[in-house]
Design a binder for this molecule. Structure first.
Ligand code: HEC
Length: 168
């Protein structure tokens, strides 16, 4: 979905007018064959109206009406599946990475930045990364995982990380 436009709702009268509009039209709209979905975000939703004393004193930012246009050529579920999970070594590398590395280096090979992001490391270390996976970095928090991963497994993880790196 693509963000097409936003409108800031400044007054409660404006909020109520938009709520009434949404209630009258429903949240899904088609204009010239293109479908839109609108949602209210921030202050101005139902909680502010019906929350009573619980809603008093909570932060009041401006309410925002977000309208998204649905892409006309959305990918099919099969296309999405083919992108997130590929057959063969890549899928094995992805699975092995998430089994043995992701809990420290981050899901999808994206580090939280507390420890090295392996998408960068793989550019600098090349094949050396697979050796580190098996032998660890003694004296640091990087464990030796050779008992869990043979050389072929470490190579599969290496190839998965190479595909995730921006230089791929
Ligand atoms: C228990 C947490 C943990 C696990 C699990 C883990 N690592 Fe690490 N890894 C670290 C830490 C911490 C460092 C940083 C060590 C240092 O330099 O102080 C590191 C560093 C590395 C480095 C060096 C990065 C660089 O840029 O210098 C590589 C390569 C690496 N890990 C690969 C892997 C792979 C591949 C796996 C999975 C097979 C894995 N690690 C699993 C914690 C972990």
């Amino acid at each position: 979905m693509f963000l097409r436009s936003t409108a800031t709702v400044k007054s409660s009268a404006g909020r109520i007018a938009i709520l009434a509009l949404l209630a009258a039209c429903g949240p899904n709209q088609a204009v010239d064959g293109e479908q839109y979905v609108s949602v209210l975000a921030g202050w101005g939703g139902a909680f502010g109206l019906v929350g009573g004393t619980a809603a008093r004193g909570v932060a009041r930012g401006p309410g925002v009406l977000l309208t998204y246009a649905l892409p006309t050529s959305a990918p099919t579920p099969e296309q999405i599946q083919a992108h997130v999970s590929r057959p063969g070594d890549f899928a094995d590398g992805e699975r092995l990475y998430h089994r043995w590395c992701a809990r420290c280096h981050g899901a999808g090979a994206v580090s939280s930045s507390a420890i090295p992001d392996l998408r960068d490391s793989v550019i600098r270390l090349g094949d050396g990364l697979a050796a580190i996976a098996r032998h660890g970095l003694p004296g640091t928090g990087m464990p030796a995982l050779g008992a869990e991963l043979d050389e072929a497994d470490a190579d599969r993880i290496l190839r998965y990380l190479q595909e995730q790196s921006p230089q791929h």
